[in-house]
Structure formats: C-alpha cells, structure tokens
Design a protein around this ligand. Structure first.
Ligand code: ADP
Length: 589
C-alpha cells in the first residue's frame, strides 16, 4: 500500500484538498468580514442620514443636559442602529475634548482612546472610515445644538464576525478532515484502477526477466495503461521470437562446434578458457581445463599479438601433438572490450602423410626406373665401345640383359598405369556372378607349372561347392595370382604351398600359406604400400616391382573385401583374401 506511487497519489490528493480548502476558507472568511463591514456602514449611513433622526439629535443636544437627552434618544433608535450592548455599543463624547460623557458601556467608554473616526468627528466631519484589518468597526457623527457639541460614536467590536468566522473555520476544518478521508479512499480507488495494472505489468516484466514468456498480460482497459499493456505484450512476443531465434542460432552453433572435425578453442580477453569443442580436446590430447593458453599457444603466437589483430586478420602456426600435425589459425573474435581469442585447429596429419607418401612414391618411381635405365645404358655403351671386339655369346648375353631390363621397365610402367587408373576410378569393374572355387582352380592351374619348376608342393583344400560371388572375375583372379606367385617367389625351392578357402555366409575367403622366408612382423602392414619390399634385391631378382600387393589391395577394396597377413607362428607366410558374396549397395562397380 505504501508503494511510492501510491504515497505520491495520497500526497497529491491531500495537498490538493488542503490547498483548495485554504483558498475557499480564506475567500469565505474575507467575504464574511467584508459583508459585515459593508452591512455596518450601510446600516449606520441609513440611520444617521435619516433627517428627522438627525434633527431630533440636534434638538436634544441643544438642551442643557444634552448628553443625557441624546442618550435617551439613541436608546430609542438602538434597534435600527443594531446596538446590543454586547458587541455593539454607543458612546456620547465631548466634541472638543473627546471625553466620554454617556453611553451603553461606561467601562469601555472610559478607555475608549482616539480613533481616526473620532478625530475626524472632532474636526466636524462624519468619521465613517472602515478598516478591514482593525479589530473593530466604528462610526463617529458630530452633533451640535446651540452651544453644545457632541460626538455620537458607535463601535462594534466584531465579536459576531469573529464568532461567525470561528464557526466557519470549524466547518472548513471539518470539511478538510472529510476531504482528507475522501482523498485516502479515492487514492485506494485510483490505486485499484491505475496502480493495479501497473503492478501487473511489473509482475509480467519480472516473469519475462525470469525467462517465462508463456502468459500474456490481460488488457483490461482502452486507456493509456491498456495501450501500454498491449505494447508490453507485443514487446514480449517480439522478445520471445528474438530469443528463440538467438537460441536456435546458438544451438546450431553448438551442434556445429560439437560435430565439426576442426577443433575450436576460445579464450576471453583475460585469457580464460571459454569454449573448447570435443575435436579440439581430441586434437590437443588434453582435458579442456588443461588447455591453458600461456602453456599451449603463447610460444606459437603471443596472446597480446592476437588481441591486437584487426578484423579479418589471422595468424598461422603449426603444432605437433604426439604423432599428429595440427595447423592452428589465431584470430581475435571482437575488437571490443568483451572480445577474446579464437583458435581453429585443423588436423593435417593425413595431408602431411599423403605428401610424404607422394614424395616417397615419386622418389621410388625415379629410383625403380633409373636402375634398369642405368643397366641398359652401360650394356649398350659396352657393346658400342667394343666395336664388334667381344665374342658373339657375350654380346648376346648383354643384349638379353638389355631386353630384360626393358621388359622390367615396361612391367613397372604397366603396373603404375594400372594403379593410376584404379586411383582415378577410371578402371571399370566388370561385375558378373561366378563360382569362387572355379576362380581359385583356374589360378592354381596357371601357377602349377611355375610351382613345379621350383619343386614346390601345391595343395588345395576346399569344398567343390564354394558359393557364387558377384565381382570382376579377371581382377579377382589377378589378385589370387599375385598372392600365389608371391608364395612361389618367396619360398625356397622344394617348399609347401597350401591353398584353403571357405564361406562365411555373406563372405568367402581364401588363404595361401607357404613355408617360405616369411615376413618380419614390423613389415607385415607395410607390404601393401607401393614399392615396399622386405628384401629389395631378392624381389628385383625374382622380377617383382613391389606394386603387386598395392594393386591387389586396390582391386579388393573396390569389391568391399580385405587382404591381410594372418598372424601365425612358424615359418612362412599366410595371406588371406576375403570378399563379400555380393558387394553391398553403393559398392564400386
Ligand atoms: P613384389 O612384386 O616385390 O612381389 P608385392 O607387392 O607383390 O611386390 O609384394 C611386396 C613385398 O612383400 C615383397 O617384395 C616381399 O618382400 C613381401 N612378400 C609378399 N608375399 C610374400 C610371401 N608369401 N612371403 C614372403 N614375403 C612376401
């Protein structure tokens, strides 16, 4: 109730009523005084200007006991002069001295004093000057008869006016009291109609400040408060929409930060961590609370330098975390005070590895081609320089080497072409259904002679009813042949090569196990890389290019299959080929 607005309302009403009452009171009291003053002088004027009364006074004054006679006469006219001996009295004074001779109030007459009107009468004129500020009203009329000169002096001590004024004052005070009571009641009424809607608005604003936009405020009137409530509702709904849009944007950004592969770390202007997405945590390999700028990034790009950057500027740096290479981009995200530093982390490990591999590949290709070229050149030069001086067989032997090296180069170039076509997707797989077992049989037949030449025992151990699969038979056989010819190549003469196969429902498999030189553990993964050979000299001797398994891997991958080395004890190697019976939807064809 004593909320400030309510208090102000009460104060305004109280002040209004008090000042109104004061004005009305002052006006009323002055009017009453004026009325009485006017009434007194009118009454005096009417009585004293009555010629018969004045003549009678002169007659009575001319007598020897003029004062007493005058007194008797005035007593007769007491009614029309309003003499009541209480508030209004008459006095008969000596006109020469102003001394009191007779009157209705002797006690007062003795101490009458000389008023302005008495002095005027003593000078011979009627003293009838009214003074609103004086505590009395008087009139002094000179009366002379013969030798005698008197003054008839009427004086009203305003007791009636004062009483009336007091009465009025009391009424005004009572009215003021009632007015004040009414003003308090009115203020309640006004509070109900004015302050209640404002309080409701305040409650609504508090609700909205707390994030609750569900309820609209009721519009109860068409006045300014109604308009304000309407505007407030509109504002709340616009605010709600804006907040929803902002929230939407925020969750989009959150989702983006959460799922993006690049890491994002943000620090506020004081260097405190604000945000660190999961990708950044993974790339930096540390918990968000350990991502301290000073520790991690200060040596790469000082915080103050980033903070002084302009919009659109950024700095780059690179960080190595374990085996990972991470590219860093530093930028200030706002040049205002509330700004900070944003770091985007981009994993370039794979790119770096690819670059390395590419460099290695180019170096390998150059190396692989240079060796046969050097051989060809040196043998050709020897034949030329000999100028027909070397025996025919030796020359033929040299020429055989030249032809062999040229064949090797052709091999390498063909393999490289095959790989390049596979890489670029230019090689079409001619998909058809064929019996997996038949393909193995065909490859075994074609390798049998070679195996026999090396004295190997070639055994097959698989069902005749292996399922049909969908694939490019020619390519699959190429893969199988590569695995088998490797087994023949890398097994000392007189070895054992065993081919097994089976089906796993949705997939079929083939394993080629030999008891040859085997592959050291550390090289097992790498033999599928281009040009990788465990023993370069041996591979070259046996006509290998180091590309066979790379090509095989590419072909198998195009069929959604896998090629691997089986981890097992004992001498030799087991290579496993696994293929789906039917390459799934979207599988390369
Ligand atoms: P290459 O033409 O040199 O045979 P591959 O890509 O077919 O090239 O094989 C890569 C390397 O893997 C070979 O150089 C060889 O060192 C190793 N390797 C493949 N198969 C066998 C195996 N059965 N036994 C031992 N080493 C093998």
């Amino acid at each position: 109730m004593f909320r400030s607005l309510h208090m102000k309302l009460v104060m305004i009403l109280v002040l209004l009523i008090t000042s109104l009452m004061a004005v009305v009171g002052a006006f009323l009291l002055t009017s009453v005084s004026n009325y009485y003053l006017d009434d007194f002088y009118t009454q005096m004027n009417e009585t004293f200007s009555d010629a018969s009364f004045y003549a009678a006074m002169q007659t009575e004054a001319s007598q020897e006991d003029g004062a007493q006679r005058l007194q008797s006469l005035i007593e007769l006219y007491a009614g029309s002069l309003g003499i009541d001996s209480r508030s209004r009295n008459y006095y008969i004074l000596d006109a020469d001295t102003g001394a009191f001779l007779a009157g209705s109030d002797e006690a007062a007459g003795a101490v009458l004093g000389q008023t302005a009107n008495i002095l005027a009468a003593r000078n011979g004129s009627v003293g009838a000057q009214g003074d609103l500020t004086a505590s009395y009203m008087d009139v002094a009329v000179p009366v002379s008869g013969g030798e005698n000169r008197f003054i008839v002096y009427i004086r009203d001590n305003r007791a009636t006016v004062s009483e009336l004024n007091n009465e009025l004052l009391l009424i005004i005070l009572q009215a003021l009291l009632v007015g004040l009571l009414v003003s308090v009641l009115l203020s309640f009424l006004l509070a109900k109609t004015m302050i209640d809607p404002i309080e409701k608005l305040t409650e609504g604003a508090e609700r909205i400040a707390g994030g609750d936009f569900d309820e609209q405020l009721e519009v109860e009137s068409n006045d300014e408060i109604g308009v304000l409530t309407n505007t407030f509702n509109d504002m709340a709904s616009v605010l709600h929409d804006t907040l929803s849009a902002v929230e939407n944007e925020r969750s989009k950004l959150d989702a983006l930060f959460l799922h993006m592969t690049d890491g994002v770390v943000a620090y506020d202007g004081g260097g405190k961590l604000m945000h660190c997405n999961p990708a950044a945590v993974a790339l930096l390999d540390r918990a968000p609370e350990d991502c301290v700028y000073a520790e991690l990034f200060e040596p790469l790009c000082p915080f103050s330098r980033v903070m002084s950057m302009k919009r659109g500027d950024y700095a780059e740096a690179e960080l190595t975390v374990g085996e990972r290479s991470v590219e860093l981009y530093f930028a200030a995200f706002s040049d205002e005070e509330a700004g900070g530093v944003l770091i985007v982390l981009h994993d370039v490990t794979e790119r770096r590895r690819t670059e390395e591999r590419r460099k290695e590949f180019v170096a390998n290709v150059s190396h692989e081609l240079r060796t046969p070229l050097t051989n060809i050149r040196s043998y050709a030069e020897t034949i030329r320089d000999a100028n027909g001086d070397i025996p025919r067989e030796t020359e033929n032997g040299f020429l055989d080497i030249v032809i062999n090296e040229a064949d090797r180069m052709t091999h390498i170039v063909q393999d490289l072409l095959t790989l390049s076509r596979l890489d670029s997707g230019r090689t079409e797989m001619v998909m058809a259904r064929f019996a997996f077992g038949d393909a193995i049989d065909a490859v075994l037949r074609s390798i049998a002679l070679d195996a026999r030449r090396h004295g190997h025992t070639l055994t097959r151990d698989y069902s005749d009813r292996l399922p049909y699969i969908l694939g490019d038979r020619g390519r699959i056989e190429q893969v199988m042949l590569n695995i088998l010819s490797n087994a023949v190549k890398y097994t000392p003469d007189g070895g054992h090569i065993r081919v097994t196969a089976g089906d796993l429902g949705e997939r079929v498999w083939m394993e080629v196990a030999d008891d040859g030189i085997g592959i050291p553990k550390k090289d097992r993964k790498r033999i599928f890389e281009r040009f990788y050979r465990v023993d370069k000299a041996r591979s070259r001797e046996s006509g290998g290019t180091g590309l066979g398994l790379s090509i095989a891997t590419e072909i198998v991958q195009r069929h959604n299959g896998s090629l691997s080395i089986v981890e097992r004890d004992g001498p030799g190697t087991t290579v496993r080929l696994e293929l789906p019976v039917r390459p799934g939807e979207g599988a390369p064809s």
